[in-house]
Design a protein around this ligand. Structure first.
Ligand code: NAD
Length: 327
């Protein structure tokens, strides 16, 4: 078994956290990840009452700990962030994952309620600010990630090595992780575990349409694209007809305003991809790990496989070290 600050702090067996994924992080998947850190995505729910229901459903499916993700980024219709936070607290949730812009008030609120907070960020600068705000764990999200990688474009290897030198609290590695080899590498870089999103999308318990799971299996690391670069809200998504059109609009002389791409990128349209299985219907998040995903296992099979693979790699690493010859 791999024992880390993450497994101890969150009382989980495998040092893996399932990322907050809109339209994916629903109770069935969250409960299936229960030996690791399952996370309900608040913004998949239409309102705080529906989030309460999702928390109750998850609790009926697992007695293991799970958390709630609240992501603060530009939206077409601003969600009731405060309502979601209060509802989750009132339902007894004790673990939260925050991400996005200006998370200070939310982090302070969760800490005032005695909760554990993971804050996901894409720079060491933001990680240090969150550390000062009192978060318990940082999730260091490299440029390989699905969704919003920030605007600094720093890959996980450098971010994590800097985290090892400069952060005082435990951190998990996010962006680019999908197997036991990645887990072992993250632990070598000083992380207490990893966060995975795209990998969990492609599991038996994930609610997304089977066609999209098969599309992920068939795709490679060349099949993602960045949209919103010119709007400073970059997002890595699956490369399809819609995302390619968005980038073409952004490249027009004079650039693009959000209104020019709004109908193409709307989350409501992207959600239909997961429901009807047409990968070209809208925008959907996918990380570079899409090139590492070759099957659709149950969450238990996936986590056991990763655990064994990581243990084996870590065990074998010691054979690389030869004792120094005595002088
Ligand atoms: P939405 O339908 O409101 O917007 C669709 C996309 O457009 C999102 O990526 C959003 O950030 C972006 N957007 C909206 N208004 C914008 C503006 N004025 N300027 C630039 N970009 C703008 O969003 P949704 O799909 O319903 O998602 C709700 C929230 O969850 C959004 O903030 C979204 O970014 C966030 N989200 C985050 C991740 C992640 O990687 N952490 C993944 C999925 C969704």
């Amino acid at each position: 078994m791999l024992k880390t600050a993450l497994t101890q702090l969150f009382d989980i067996r495998v040092p893996v956290v399932q990322g907050g994924m809109q339209w994916v992080g629903y109770p069935k998947l969250v409960a299936a990840v229960s030996n690791a850190g399952g996370i309900i995505t608040a913004l998949s729910q239409p309102n705080p009452t529906a989030l309460r229901q999702a928390i109750r459903e998850t609790r009926a499916l697992t007695d293991k700990p799970f958390g709630v993700n609240i992501t603060l980024l530009p939206t077409i219709n601003p969600p009731d962030y405060e309502g979601f936070a209060r509802a989750a607290i009132e339902e007894g949730v004790k673990i939260f994952e925050t991400a996005g812009n200006n998370p200070g008030p939310l982090i302070k609120f969760f800490k005032s309620q005695g909760c554990l907070v993971i804050h996901k960020c894409t720079t060491i600068r933001h990680a240090k600010s969150a550390e000062k705000l009192g978060v318990d764990v940082l999730s260091i999200d490299g440029f390989e990630c699905a969704g919003h990688p920030g605007e600094d474009d720093i890959g996980g290897l450098v971010l994590l090595a800097r985290a090892a030198k400069e952060l005082k609290i435990p951190y998990i590695a996010s962006g680019g992780f999908a197997d036991g080899r990645g887990l072992a590498a993250a632990l070598a870089l000083g992380a207490a575990g990893i966060n995975m999103g795209t990998r969990f999308m492609c599991t038996v318990e994930s609610s997304i349409h089977e066609n999209i799971k098969h599309k992920i299996v068939q795709s490679t690391e060349h099949d993602t694209i960045h949209i919103f670069r010119t709007l400073h809200n970059t997002a890595r998504v699956f490369k399809n007809k819609v995302s390619t059109e968005v980038v073409a609009i952004e490249k027009r002389p004079g650039g693009a305003k959000f209104e020019d791409v709004r109908d193409l990128v709307s989350g409501q349209r992207g959600r239909v991809v997961y429901e009807n299985g047409d990968p070209d219907h809208g925008i959907w998040s996918a990380g570079l790990t899409i090139g590492l995903i070759n099957d659709i296992p149950t969450c238990q099979e996936l986590l056991e496989r990763m655990e064994h693979e990581a243990e084996e790699i870590i065990g074998n690493m010691s054979s690389l070290v030869t004792p120094k010859a005595k002088l």
